[in-house]
Design a protein around this ligand. Structure first.
Ligand code: DQA
Length: 253
């Protein structure tokens, strides 16, 4: 199946070499804004603001004000906003109701280009949030994370497929390998999802064993790779300065 290219501000997800995203994990507004200059020097395609690290995340005013400052500091770089729940590797435990409230506050603040929406919450709530994001012209990157293991190929493809069925513009899955076979499972699932799904996918095998998956997106079909400028947001992320030339070397002509 040919996937549509998903436009995220001035970049296209799903065509050419995988795009590069850098996380910001600052706790305070000052930390968050201080991260911007070094990141801009490294010139990623996307900045991911991990709001679960932000101490003002549950205060709508602080969240929206900081988001708006971040948005204008980033210039033309696309902004993805993510609240990663504790059960999926995030920094803060929130009730489901509070998770959806925070995501709605992000949309109401009108600062983000894309929103991460975790797939495994109540179906109606997830679909409602997707609809609100789309009403606000915000791209939905739907996600699921397994920090303990790598599910079977069938399971990974099934989860990515269900994200697309729930309205995701892009479907994302991060898993933890225990062996080289697990990394192959993730790559095989990615290749299959790329061939069968109607939307682009993002996948990664985490930790040191999985680093190769962060380099191989163009071959196997993952359209975005998370890399670091400063702090990492998940195990196995590679410094952007190293990853970019590697992706160029591996570019398909
Ligand atoms: O979903 C992802 C991918 C990720 O977990 C990684 O392994 O690079 C990092 C997270 O910040 C991001 O939200």
């Amino acid at each position: 199946m040919t996937q549509p290219v998903v436009k995220l501000r001035n970049i296209s997800l799903g065509s050419g070499r995988p795009k590069l995203a850098v996380p910001i994990t600052g706790k305070t507004t000052a930390d968050i804004l201080a991260a911007v200059d070094p990141i801009k020097m490294a010139a990623p395609d996307v900045v991911e603001w991990r709001i679960d690290f932000f101490e003002g995340v549950t205060d709508a005013k602080q969240l929206q004000q900081t988001g708006q400052w971040l948005r204008s500091a980033l210039g033309s770089i696309a902004l993805l906003t993510t609240f990663r729940t504790h059960g999926e590797g995030g920094a803060l435990e929130l009730s489901d109701a509070d998770y959806f409230k925070v995501c709605e506050n992000v949309l109401a603040g009108k600062f983000t280009d894309a929103l991460d929406v975790e797939r495994y919450h109540d179906e109606a709530d997830v679909k409602g949030l997707v609809a609100k994001a789309h009403d606000n012209n915000v791209v939905v990157i739907m996600s699921n994370h397994d920090f303990d293991k790598t599910p079977s190929k069938k399971d990974i493809v099934g989860r990515l497929t269900s994200m697309v069925d729930f309205g995701a513009d892009v479907a994302k899955m991060a898993v933890m390998p225990q062996s080289a076979d697990d990394v192959l499972t993730l790559l095989t699932a990615t290749n299959e999802a790329r061939k069968t799904l109607s939307q682009p996918v993002i996948t990664m095998s985490m930790g040191d064993l999985g680093k190769v998956s962060r380099l191989a997106g163009e071959v196997f079909g993952s359209c975005l790779s998370f890399a670091t400028v400063g702090a990492a947001s998940a195990p196995g992320q590679i410094a952007l300065d190293h990853l970019r030339p590697e992706l160029e070397d591996l570019k398909l002509s």
